[in-house]
Design a protein around this ligand. Structure first.
Ligand code: SAM
Length: 298
């Protein structure tokens, strides 16, 4: 990436601002490229499901569960978090960093609410839209491309929001949480479930959210309360699920070693996925990472 400067003053405010903007633009491309770039993910997932003998006209959300809940402890974690969101069929929910849309569909199917997903990776938004139509949930979810640090919504329009395993890719967490607070109605709930830097040392790469440190920005457990409260949230509950996450990952890695399900995260992470899974087991076991959730009130 070239960064032209005026050449007159190393502290020139215009040059510093331009280079910051160029850095952010480069990173904004790096994250979608990491997650599968411009590939036809829905097509690849459909092929895998057909090869495994699934009838595409009778697909259920359970058939997608091994690929569309892209976080540690998968659907179980989503349902636990959802209990804190006070949802009913009238709720309008925002999923920040919605990926392939599994968590959004889980909430829409379970509570009858409407969920809008926003994600920086266009290929994920396209796939999330296609997967939702396969399981008949298109009228209760919608997905659009956008950046969590600059949400394309008016103030105070959502009744609840969640973000699951997303902030690991975002350096400007203060902007991300301030934006979440802005679009939520006062008194509504926000749940954050993220991978944090543990006390066991630097993480081993590749991991599912990054092949190296350039797009990995883990917060520490100590920094999270201030980040959330400065954004205007009151923290109601904190839960560290590292131990359960470790067991879940060990079991998943063991199952994958024996026989792979119809479709896995390999559909978009490619041949690096087995190494990512092995590293995650070590990262969790050695407490190089921790998984922690925060239930907040706006
Ligand atoms: C590990 S995936 C989790 C997806 C989903 N939340 C889930 O649990 O299934 C991380 C997601 O965060 C998205 N993401 C990363 N940085 C983002 C940003 N600045 N704005 C919006 N989405 C972002 C990625 O594109 C990816 O879909």
């Amino acid at each position: 990436m070239s960064m032209e400067t005026c050449g007159l003053d190393a502290r020139c405010a215009g040059c510093i601002r331009r280079s910051d903007e160029q850095m952010e633009a480069a990173v904004a491309d790096d994250v979608p490229n990491h997650y599968g770039g411009g590939n036809d993910l829905a097509g690849a997932i459909a092929d895998s499901l057909r090869r495994a003998g699934k009838d595409m006209d009778r697909l259920t959300t359970a058939d997608l569960a091994t690929v569309d809940e892209f976080h540690i402890r998968a659907r179980k974690a989503t349902l636990e978090l959802a209990q804190s969101l006070n949802l009913d069929a009238a709720s309008r929910v925002l999923d920040i960093g919605s990926g392939l849309g599994g968590p959004a569909r889980t909430l829409a199917e379970t509570f009858g609410c409407h969920v809008t997903g926003i994600d920086i990776t266009q290929a994920f938004c396209d796939a999330a839209t296609a997967l939702s139509s396969w399981v008949g949930l298109s009228d209760r979810v919608d997905f659009r491309q956008g950046d969590a640090t600059s949400l394309p919504f008016d103030d105070a329009v959502f009744d609840a929001a969640m973000t699951i395993h997303v902030a690991m890719n975002i350096a400007a967490k203060d902007r991300m949480y301030a934006e979440a607070r802005r679009v939520l109605k006062p008194g509504s709930r926000f749940v954050v479930y993220d991978v944090l830097q543990g006390e066991g040392g630097d993480i081993l790469y590749p991991v599912p959210w990054a092949r190296d440190s350039s797009i990995s920005h883990l917060a520490s457990p100590d920094s999270m309360p201030a980040l959330l409260s400065h954004a205007g949230f009151r923290i109601l509950k904190v839960e560290d699920s590292t131990e359960e996450g470790q067991r879940w990952f060990e079991e998943m890695a063991g199952r994958l070693a024996k026989s792979a399900p119809a479709v896995t995260f390999q559909a978009f992470l490619g041949n690096d996925f087995p190494a990512m899974a092995r590293n995650q087991v070590i990262n969790l076991r050695e407490r190089r990472i921790r998984t922690v959730s925060y239930v907040c009130e706006a």
